[in-house]
Design a protein around this ligand. Structure first.
Ligand SMILES: NC(=O)c1ccc[n+]([C@@H]2O[C@H](COP(=O)([O-])OP(=O)(O)OC[C@H]3O[C@@H](n4cnc5c(N)ncnc54)[C@H](OP(=O)(O)O)[C@@H]3O)[C@@H](O)[C@H]2O)c1
Length: 304
């Protein structure tokens, strides 16, 4: 059973290139820093380049900063077009929660748009250059969520911030399982894995709409949650450890809240292949991107 108690235990990453979204802060920054320290070339895919450059300066090894706003399909395309070299691991880490309904540049409800659709498009656009893994960061919030195909973008229902967040995080896991199914069908050696950080004290803010609940969570987080280094352990395990295709990593103690990373069990809702396939098809239509590999051309970088 693969486990990870400290980032210093990850294997040597020399010669590997890892792209991490949202790596200017929190868990993404911590994971990028650990990978760079172990020899990886890390590409910090961030929306605020000054913040990204400051983070890169603090990292021990080779860290580069590139602009990526997951709330814009144009920015995602530009990022993918600018990255022509092979990528060993793509870590879909960035995420946000918003108290009121907002829209991305392309008119998607912002939590679904950034957390799921942005990473969906990014993965499809980079997949012919990825040689190892696609790792997507979900949350325990997926457990109480469901995908509402009749109102995916919260246009007809009263907006529930936590409901929208949970839906986007359930979408992350359904995406991982359908991506893995497609990779296997295409005969690709690339695998899809997922992780959740438990509860980590980062820049992330719960904005459930209930002010008392949000204040209590914000107040107790520094005392009860682990730090970004602990929150990054499941990401590092899913990115570098002996995790099976489609595997899900998370903290192993206190009901999955903190502690060393190990394999975790996602909710039953992530295991419905019909829902995963339907979400994939809807996401393809919304983003105008599709799975690029076929059994004839299963993997490997293509010459531009
Ligand atoms: N912290 C927790 O307890 C917890 C629990 C469950 C799941 N998670 C998940 O863990 C992941 C990392 O979160 P975190 O705790 O490290 O929070 P964080 O410190 O707020 O980091 C989130 C990162 O996502 C980036 N981001 C947000 N919107 C973006 C966009 N449109 N384009 C590009 N980047 C964007 C942010 O960029 P800026 O730096 O520019 O703001 C930030 O760097 C998220 O997917 C989150 O849902 C966290």
């Amino acid at each position: 059973m693969p486990t990870l108690a400290s980032s210093s235990q990850i294997p040597d990453q020399t010669g590997r290139t890892v792209v991490i979204t949202g790596a200017a802060s929190g868990i993404g920054r911590s994971a990028a820093s650990a990978l760079a320290m172990r020899g990886a070339r890390v590409i910090l895919a961030v929306r605020d380049q000054a913040k990204g450059r400051a983070a890169a300066r603090d990292m021990g090894g080779r860290a580069e900063v590139r602009a990526l706003d997951l709330a814009s399909l144009a920015s995602i395309r530009e990022f993918a077009e600018g990255l022509r070299e092979p990528v060993d691991v793509l870590v879909n880490n960035a995420g946000a929660m918003t108290a009121a309904r907002q829209e991305t540049r392309d008119g998607f409800e912002s939590q679904l748009g950034v957390n799921h659709l942005g990473h969906f498009a990014l993965t499809n656009l980079l997949l012919d250059r990825i040689t190892g893994r696609v790792v997507t960061i979900s949350s325990s919030a997926h457990r109480s969520a469901h995908i509402d195909f009749e109102d995916l973008q919260w246009e007809r229902r009263p907006y529930r911030p936590f409901g929208a967040y949970g839906q986007s995080k359930l979408a992350n896991l359904l995406f991982t399982s359908e991506l893995q199914r497609r990779l296997a069908e295409a005969g690709s050696p690339v695998i899809a894995t997922a992780a959740h950080p438990g509860w980590a004290s980062t820049g992330f803010r719960i904005t459930s709409g209930n002010r008392l609940f949000d204040t209590l969570v914000a107040f107790s987080t520094p005392f009860l949650a682990h730090g970004p280094e602990g929150g990054a352990l499941p990401t590092l395990l899913a990115s570098t450890g002996d995790v099976p295709a489609g595997g899900f990593a998370g903290p192993s103690r206190f009901g999955g809240v903190r502690g060393p990373a190990a394999l975790a069990e996602p909710s039953g809702r992530t295991k419905d292949p019909g829902i995963a396939r339907r979400l994939w098809e809807v996401s393809e239509r919304l983003t105008g991107t599709e799975f690029p590999l076929t059994a004839d051309a299963p993997a490997g970088p293509r010459t531009p």
